[in-house]
Design a protein around this ligand. Structure first.
Ligand SMILES: *Cc1c(COP(=O)(O)O)cnc(C)c1O
Length: 389
C-alpha cells in the first residue's frame, strides 16, 4: 500500500524507476535470519534475483552468504563485502576464465553441474596449485509444480548431474586430486508455493546423501537451493512464511551431527520490496479494447513477456483514497516497445485512467531491475530508495 505522501513524491520524480522499500527489505531479511537461527541453517542470497548494490549491502550486513551464477556476480559479492568463504558458485556453463577468477578469490564452493566440469575445474585448480571445494549439483527429478520455464529439477532440464551418472561422477571425484568433495547441491525451480514440493526434495536429498556416504564420501554440506515463492496477488507487506519453510527441512531432512544445511534464497528475500513506478502516456479507446500505454515496458520489467508472469498493477493517481468515485474500466496495460508481448496485463480492471496517472507495478524486487535490457536503445532504468524520499 502506498500512502498519499508517497504518491505526491512520486509525482516529482521522472518515471519510470524502481522504487525500493528498504524498510520492508530489512524486515524480510530479519524474519528469514530469525527463522533460520534455531536450526543453524546457512543462508546464501542468490544475487541473480537482484544484484543492486544498495540491496546487497543490507543483505551482507545481516550475515548471509552469496550464491552466484557468473564471475561477475562473484566479483560483485566480493566488492560489496560478502565473506569469500560464504560464496558459492553455480551454473551449467562456467567458462575457464570465470573458474579461474573464482579460484583466485578463494570462494567457499563450486556447485558443479557436469562430469566434464569436474575435470576442467581440477585441471585449472592444479595449474594454480590450489584445491577447489566442490558440491555436486544433482538433478533429483522432483517436480516443482511451478511454471515450466522456471522448473529446473526434472530429467529433461539442463541443470545438474542426473542420478544415473553419479557412479561415473564418484569415480571422477576419486581421480581429481585438486578437488575436495564437500557435499551435494540441489535447486529444483523458482516461485515454489506448494511446500510439499520441498518435502519431496528432502526425501531425495536423504537418499543421495546416503548414496555418497555409502561409497565412503564425507557429505558435509547439504545445499537445498532456493525457489521459495512470494504472493504476487497480495503484495502489501507480505513477508514469506520462512518459519513454515524451514520447519519442513527440519522435519524431513536427516541431518547428521557433522552436516550443515545450506539454502540459496533469491526471490523470497527481495521480491516484495520493490515496485516499478511508471506513468500512463496514452489512453487508447478501441472498439473491443481499451489500452493504457505506460512509459515502462518489457525493457524495464521482462517477467510478463518472458513467462507470462502476473504482477499486480495499481493506478496510484486514481486510488480509492484519491478518487473514491472513480468508475471501473477494463484495460490492456501495455508498454511502449515494438513487440506484441510487451504487455503487463490483459483486461485488467482499473479506475478510469488519464494521461499522466502514476502506476505501481508491484512485487518487482526480484528478476526486475536486473533483467532490464537496452532493446530499442531505451534509457537505463533508475532506482529510487525509500530512505531518500
Ligand atoms: C536462481 C537460483 C537460486 C534462487 O532462486 P529463487 O527462486 O530466486 O529463490 C538459487 N540457486 C540457484 C542455483 C539458482 O540458479
Amino acid at each position: 500500500m502506498f500512502a498519499d505522501k508517497d504518491i505526491s513524491k512520486f509525482n516529482n520524480i521522472e518515471t519510470p524507476f524502481y522504487y525500493y522499500d528498504t524498510d520492508l527489505l530489512q524486515k524480510t531479511l530479519r524474519s528469514c535470519a530469525d527463522a533460520a537461527k534455531p536450526y543453524h541453517f546457512h543462508i546464501h542470497y542468490a544475487l541473480k534475483a537482484n544484484f543492486n548494490s544498495v540491496l546487497l549491502a543490507h543483505i551482507k550486513t545481516i550475515g548471509f552468504g552469496a550464491d552466484c551464477v557468473s564471475a561477475g556476480e562473484v566479483r560483485r559479492a566480493v566488492e560489496v563485502g560478502f565473506d569469500h568463504k560464504k560464496i558459492v558458485f553455480a551454473g551449467v556453463g562456467k567458462s575457464d576464465k570465470e573458474i579461474n577468477e573464482a579460484l583466485d578469490l578463494d570462494i567457499f564452493c563450486f556447485n558443479v553441474e557436469s562430469i566434464q566440469e569436474l575435470e576442467v575445474l581440477n585441471d585449472l585448480a592444479r595449474a594454480k596449485g590450489k584445491t577447489a571445494q566442490v558440491a555436486i549439483r544433482i538433478n533429483p527429478n522432483v517436480d516443482a509444480h511451478t511454471h515450466h520455464n522456471i522448473t529446473t529439477g526434472l530429467d529433461e532440464n539442463k541443470f545438474g548431474i542426473n542420478s544415473w551418472d553419479l557412479p561415473e561422477c564418484a569415480e571422477m571425484l576419486r581421480i581429481c586430486s585438486n578437488l575436495e568433495f564437500i557435499g551435494i547441491h540441489f535447486h529444483i525451480g523458482s516461485q515454489i508455493t506448494n511446500l510439499d514440493v520441498y518435502k519431496n526434495l528432502c526425501i531425495r536429498v536423504n537418499e543421495f546423501s546416503a548414496w555418497f556416504e555409502d561409497r565412503g564420501f564425507n557429505v558435509k554440506v547439504l545445499n537445498v537451493g532456493g525457489g521459495l515463492g512470494i504472493d504476487y496477488y497480495n503484495p502489501d507487506h507480505q513477508i514469506p512464511d520462512f518459519e513454515a519453510y524451514f520447519e519442513i527441512f527440519n522435519n524431513f531432512l536427516e541431518v547428521k551431527p557433522n552436516q550443515e544445511v545450506h539454502f540459496e534464497l533469491g526471490r523470497a528475500l527481495v521480491g516484495q520490496s520493490a515496485s516499478l513506478i511508471t506513468k500512463a502516456l496514452y489512453i487508447k479507446k478501441g472498439k473491443k479494447k481499451n489500452f493504457v500505454v505506460l512509459d515502462a515496458g518489457m525493457t524495464e520489467l521482462m517477467r510478463p513477456a518472458l513467462y507470462q508472469a502476473y504482477h499486480k498493477i495499481e493506478n496510484l493517481s486514481q486510488s480509492k483514497i484519491v478518487n473514491p468515485k472513480s468508475s471501473i474500466v477494463k484495460y490492456d496495460i501495455v508498454g511502449p516497445i515494438c513487440e506484441s508481448t510487451d504487455c503487463f496485463g490483459k483486461e485488467v480492471e482499473q479506475p478510469e485512467t488519464f494521461r499522466g496517472d502514476i502506476f505501481a507495478i508491484r512485487s518487482t524486487g526480484a528478476y526486475g531491475e536486473v533483467m532490464a535490457s537496452k532493446y530499442n536503445l531505451r534509457d537505463e532504468i533508475r532506482a529510487v530508495y525509500s530512505t531518500e524520499m
